[in-house]
Design a protein around this ligand. Structure first.
Ligand SMILES: *[C@@H]1O[C@H](CO)[C@@H](O)[C@H](O)[C@H]1NC(C)=O
Length: 300
């Protein structure tokens, strides 16, 4: 169930990615026109012919001389065609795309490589990529979160809780219908809030989890980690201090391989019990495992 939800969440992402890649690969050059036709030259024209044709056309359609809006459009198109054909490398790419229209992916990739590789800073591309990824991530998180909420709201446990809360609020009085409805709404809101704290696996979406934000915070995170590690080393390796409750809890959780989310939901006395066993010690862990094995055999 959880898996199918996750798959449904990523479908729009995949569709968009495929759409971006399958754009007709020739039309990325001169849109619906042929770049050579725009300049009025043949595909075998040499570079000086192309240059001459471009200067002639750009003079003819220049917006200063020709106020016609159609002419302005043509001016832009011609300039774009010349951009592509004046450069040996992009012209060769374009010729290849004409000759092999079926190699959609290859042509598109080459076009974007030539285009963005030259003209934009890799840093800008990286920032753009992080932004897009973070956007998708955020949408996906919300979709999953809302699906989880909807599912929980359909369970009998939730409905019963809602009823109990309702009764508590109204004090069993059911004669004033109008105010009742208002109260119901309020109760439902409160319960939703409470629920939000309880749903495991689908945490409430948080901007701090986004790839982009994480990337920006990376230096801070690294420094924090380093400090934490340094303190740990100083306190427990150098000064040989006994583990604090919090750190003992962390060590226990880690030696058991329990994710921090799940650890939060274990009740305090069980945690205390586990911590006292000092499971981060290998021998203690082994004896604990042995005990568990015997326990499960006994149950069977
Ligand atoms: C390009 O072609 C024209 C006409 O065919 C010719 O006169 C000219 O010398 C050529 N230029 C180059 C650089 O090959």
């Amino acid at each position: 169930m959880a898996q199918s939800t996750a798959i449904r969440g990523c479908v729009p992402t995949v569709i968009l990615a495929v759409f971006l890649l399958i754009q007709p690969s020739i039309s990325i050059y001169c849109e619906e026109d042929d770049c050579y036709d725009l300049l009025g030259v043949s595909q075998t024209a040499n570079s000086s012919e192309i240059k001459k044709a471009y200067y002639k056309l750009s003079l003819k359609h220049h917006p200063d001389k020709n106020p016609d809006p159609e002419s302005k459009k043509l001016f832009v198109k011609v300039a774009n065609a010349y951009e592509i054909l004046k450069d040996e490398a992009t012209r060769e790419q374009y010729d290849y795309a004409i000759a092999h229209p079926e190699e959609v992916f290859y042509n598109t990739a080459r076009y974007y490589h030539a285009y963005y590789g030259h003209k934009t800073d890799t840093r800008a591309v990286l920032v753009g990529l992080l932004l897009v990824l973070s956007g998708f991530q955020y949408l996906n998180q919300w979709t999953r979160y809302n699906q989880a909420l909807d599912m929980v709201k359909k369970t009998p446990a939730y409905k019963n809780k809602l009823k109990a809360l309702e009764l508590e609020r109204t004090g069993g009085m059911t004669n004033k219908k109008k105010s009742n409805k208002q109260i119901n709404k309020k109760v439902e809101e409160d319960l939703s809030k409470e629920l939000e704290l309880q749903i495991k696996g689908a945490e409430r979406p948080s901007v701090w989890e986004l790839i982009g934000i994480r990337f920006i915070l990376l230096p801070y995170t690294l420094v924090k980690l380093l400090l934490w590690y340094g303190c740990w080393f100083w306190r427990y390796q150098v000064k040989q201090a006994p583990y604090s409750r919090e750190d003992a809890s962390y060590l226990t959780r880690r030696s058991l391989g329990v994710p921090s989310d799940s650890w939060r939901y274990i009740d305090e006395s069980s945690k205390e019990d586990l911590i006292e066993r000092r499971l981060w010690d290998k021998s203690n862990m082994e004896s604990y495992r042995e005990e568990m094995r015997k326990e499960s055999k006994r149950r069977r």
